[in-house]
Design a binder for this molecule. Structure first.
Ligand SMILES: [Ca+2]
Ligand SMILES: [Ca+2]
Ligand SMILES: [Ca+2]
Length: 232
């Protein structure tokens, strides 16, 4: 250490001490370290859920008598509880089995009421033909809060391991068509305008293969004709 630096060392120390003390004096109250009040989180003892007459779990605060019901589960009375999704085995030994399948809300018959198309998964046994293939379901809106299964008539059961569905009127005829991505070949269900569909994926060159995820329609080149993006 040189003589010069030794001479200035005390001054440097004093300046540093001044700034530290000054900063401490200007520290806002809410930024000062607070004394911890307690450690951990207290939630009380475990207890079984308490449910009301509609089987709704009553959480802190409970329900207010006379308050409007925002959402009510009407799956059963609407006829939508017939559909059961399945994807592989419960053990989920492959990533293929862990992903759910898509759903589309579309007015397939152009009556002004949205209908529901639910994709289903599959199993390895079904892929090998050792058990029946799982089926997608098209549910027609009856205009009264109920739905009817019209899958067979419409011809959209898919019966492949379904992942994604995208609806669009790809041929601009005014009727919505359905593209389904699968593990395996995909489907392009063209709307026949009479409640039925025809799979034209091979003819249209969009059957692909392998494993396709969530597809998207869009007119990327702005020529007025929808194009298809299929990730895999
Ligand atoms: Ca409809
Ligand atoms: Ca169409
Ligand atoms: Ca285009």
């Amino acid at each position: 250490m040189t003589f010069l630096s030794c001479r200035f060392l005390p001054a440097l120390f004093l300046m540093t001490a001044f700034f530290v003390l000054g900063a401490a004096a200007q520290e806002p109250e809410d930024r000062k370290p607070q004394k911890p009040e307690s450690m951990g989180v207290a939630t009380g003892n475990p207890h079984v859920p308490v449910k009301d007459a509609l089987s709704r779990p009553i959480t802190a605060g409970g329900f207010v008598d006379g308050a409007p019901i925002v959402f009510a589960d009407i799956t059963k009375q609407a006829g939508l509880d017939k559909f059961h999704h399945r994807s592989g085995a419960l053990e989920k030994t492959t990533i293929l089995e862990t992903i759910g399948s898509g759903v589309a809300l579309l007015d397939y018959n152009n009556d002004g009421w949205l209908d529901i198309y639910l994709l289903n998964g599959s199993t390895f046994a079904a892929l090998k033909g050792k058990e029946a293939a799982l089926r997608a379901m098209l549910l027609h809106n009856n205009h009264d809060g109920t739905f009817t299964d019209v899958t067979d008539k419409a011809g959209v059961a898919n019966e492949r391991w379904g992942f994604g569905v995208a609806v669009a009127d790809y041929d601009n005829d005014g009727w919505p068509d359905i593209y389904v991505s699968n593990y395996g070949k995909n489907r392009l269900y063209h709307n026949n305008q009479d409640g039925t569909f025809a799979d034209v994926a091979e003819k249209a060159g969009v059957a692909l293969g392998g494993w396709s995820a969530g597809p998207t329609w869009g007119d990327y080149d702005r020529d007025g004709l929808l194009d298809l993006f299929v990730p895999g």
